[in-house]
Design a protein. Structure first.
Length: 707
């Protein structure tokens, strides 16, 4: 009995042995949260306080539930059956099947996935006369899901929340969608919690029975709960009040998907007399890393407060490194060089990660790691050139460069929709096979034969566009042609008009692709580069550097973490600065805290003086979060102010050389473009005509040397 408690520190043991009444465990990053949850579960059973089926234990992922189940079984020395241990949706589904008739379903109801939900919504919208091409069903589903996350059934959404979307009929469509689900004897994921909560709220006998059944409630990641999850927990715990919630208000970073940080902040008001236990001994990171993270998060006002300290920290542990670089390209080079150095020194690639604020930031790091021959993986996301919008845009460029590229033409012929249905595409393929010609030639023939029809007009218009874009390519270059393609094809507007949450990120990725194009002399050389990048995947079992967003990194840890792009407008994001005010800024700061605390031994933060958006340079200023890191916790290496210089994490900058060295007429050398002559100079930016191409490029003075 004492063995499983002896390995706990004082705070952890207090959390495990406090069994009666409401308990909030504030578990800081790396403080052994999973151990506490698992041990507390086992302690309830071993001490005889509860039978296995009397504990209602909620996790946020199936993986966490499996891990807890396995650990409990090991501690008990036997498999445990009948546990109510799982995600909110899994446990709610079990409860709902017992009482489904109360909401017009049978116990055998079907749980719909996202594709099925979209299909049902399309039917509902078409029946109501709503144009599904103008109003995306996915956007309507997102609105309905947000209402369900807030515990609002179709009949209880206030009129004030109606909008112009779907001609002001979203609430009616919500009601029609729910009615259609009942006809299908189906529920979506939001219904699992919404229906269960409504049943308990409106049926006192069922609520009393469920409260008697579950003597103890345990909740993981409480800071990430939404309102309907909160309502369910309150209903289950309101009689015996034996509820233990484990979470960290400093790691609440999911408000965009419905999480309510107020749920954890008001725990003591919801459950008067609640005990609060703070887990503050960190078993992951060194003292300098924890000191930097703690000082940063202390600037937030909406927090319960705790201070992490290292369980052990090796002597000579390095401070967090903050590096200023000239621009985003140099940032990728510097990070790549440090990864390469650490790898040579024996650190495994799998123990290193690059954590970005926005998905589009991964592109320069991907390309740099490929250039260095270092394998990598993009976690919880696709590699840059594998993303849907990037593949679409590149397909347009492939047809532009090579009209006989049938695969690319087929991909974008009706993207965005231009009236080319399955029948039209079948006709194109039949003609292609009969005449042994490319699809574009078949399209020309079909357009000429059926010019008066919708498909004929669409094909004629598309082919005319390609002819015009090729002229732009010839006269103005591949970057201008790319911009013309996005604008005149309607592809950029296609994503601008999409109300889905990921649409904004897709537009950012299209901007990043434009930036990538500008790095190449021609469209052909860019497309060749992309083909090589797509082939350079390596074996799946190879040790790899991880690239991911800060949101995807929560719950993970690495020996070395790189945190690029800490600039105002990127991190914190511009949208946060413009729209959210205080709450949004505090969540961005929590995201920064999560990033730093992923590191076990080394954390590198970088910011650029200039970042390219579309092929043009924009000046940047360091993130306000950097000024909130105390000097005693960080080593700061400033960006060079002028001249040719390479900064890096390992060494301080060399003495700068004034841009005056690069007067108009000076012959210079660039690593990529070779020799050229300066024709204009503005501050630290040079206009150079390069001998290899005869074309003029605008580059920073730091990237050239006197010839």
């Amino acid at each position: 009995m004492t063995d499983y408690l002896s390995d706990l520190n004082e705070q952890q043991r207090l959390a495990v042995e406090t069994l009666d009444g409401p308990l909030l465990v504030l578990a800081g990053a790396g403080t052994g949260k999973t151990r506490v949850l698992t041990t507390r579960f086992a302690h309830l059973l071993l001490s005889g306080r509860a039978w296995p089926n009397q504990v209602f234990a909620v996790t946020f992922t199936n993986r966490a539930a499996r891990e807890m189940r396995e650990r409990v079984a090991v501690m008990l020395g036997r498999p445990v059956d009948g546990l109510w241990l799982g995600t909110f949706h899994a446990l709610a589904a079990r409860l709902l099947r017992r009482h489904a008739e109360k909401v017009g379903l049978t116990s055998s109801f079907t749980i719909l996935d996202t594709d099925d939900q979209i299909r049902v919504l399309k039917q509902v919208m078409e029946t109501a006369g709503i144009d599904i091409h103008r109003f995306a069903p996915a956007a309507l589903l997102a609105r309905i899901s947000r209402w369900k996350d807030r515990g609002l059934p179709a009949g209880k959404v206030p009129a004030s929340e109606e909008s112009d979307f779907a001609r002001g009929r979203v609430r009616a469509l919500y009601a029609a969608y729910q009615e259609r689900l009942r006809e299908l004897n189906a529920a979506d994921f939001g219904d699992l919690l919404l229906h269960t909560t409504e049943i308990l709220r409106t049926n006192a006998d069922i609520l009393e029975s469920v409260q008697r059944a579950f003597k103890y409630i345990m909740v993981d990641e409480y800071q990430d709960t939404n309102l309907v999850q909160y309502f369910l927990l309150r209903l289950l715990a309101q009689s015996h009040r034996n509820i233990c919630c484990v979470g960290d208000d400093d790691q609440s970073i999911y408000s965009w998907r419905g999480a309510e940080i107020e749920n954890i902040l008001r725990f003591e008001k919801d459950f008067p007399g609640a005990r609060v236990v703070r887990l503050e001994r960190n078993y992951r990171s060194t003292a300098p890393i924890l000191a930097a993270a703690s000082a940063l998060i202390a600037h937030n006002e909406s927090r319960l407060g705790k201070t992490l300290h290292a369980h052990s920290s090796p002597s000579g542990a390095t401070k967090v490194t903050v590096l200023g670089v000239w621009d985003s390209d140099e940032e990728a080079r510097v990070v790549g060089a440090e990864i390469e150095r650490l790898s040579r020194d024996g650190e495994a690639l799998g123990s290193m990660a690059v954590l970005v604020r926005a998905g589009f930031q991964t592109r320069p790091f991907e390309e740099r790691l490929i250039a260095l021959g270092l394998p990598y993986r993009v976690v919880s996301g696709q590699r840059f050139y594998e993303r849907q919008e990037i593949r679409d845009a590149i397909a347009y460029l492939r047809v532009l460069a090579q009209p006989a590229d049938d695969l690319a033409f087929e991909r974008i012929a009706n993207v965005p929709r231009r009236g080319l249905g399955e029948q039209a595409m079948r006709s194109l393929h039949v003609l292609r096979r009969e005449r042994a010609i490319p699809l574009t030639a078949a399209a020309e023939a079909l357009a000429a034969e059926a010019r008066s029809g919708r498909a004929g007009r669409a094909l004629a218009g598309l082919l005319a566009n390609f002819a015009r874009w090729r002229e732009v390519l010839r006269r103005q270059g591949h970057v201008a042609a790319y911009e013309a393609v996005l604008d005149e094809s309607g592809y950029r507007d296609f994503w601008r008009n999409d109300n889905a949450p990921e649409a904004a990120g897709r537009l950012e990725n299209l901007k990043e692709l434009g930036q990538a194009l500008a790095d190449f002399e021609s469209l052909e050389s860019f497309l060749e580069h992309v083909a090589l990048v797509m082939e350079n995947d390596g074996a799946s079992d190879t040790e790899r550097v991880s690239l991911m967003t800060l949101h995807a990194a929560k719950g993970l840890e690495f020996d070395t973490v790189f945190l690029p792009g800490w600039e105002e407008g990127l991190f914190p994001s511009q949208r946060t600065l413009e729209e959210s005010g205080g709450p949004g800024l505090e969540e961005e700061r929590r995201l920064a805290y999560v990033g730093i605390t992923r590191a076990r031994r080394r954390a590198y933060i970088s910011h650029a003086a200039a970042r390219r958006i579309y092929a043009t340079w924009q000046s940047s200023i360091p993130s306000r979060f950097l000024s909130e890191l105390p000097d005693e916790t960080v080593t700061r290496i400033a960006a060079p102010r002028q001249g040719f210089q390479r900064s890096g994490f390992g060494t301080a900058a060399a003495a700068p050389q004034a841009p005056a060295r690069f007067a108009v007429g000076t012959r210079v050398f660039h690593e990529k473009f070779g020799y050229g002559t300066v024709t204009e100079r503005e501050a630290d930016r040079l206009e150079i005509v390069f001998e290899s191409t005869g074309s003029s490029k605008r580059v920073l003075a730091s990237f050239v040397e006197p010839a």
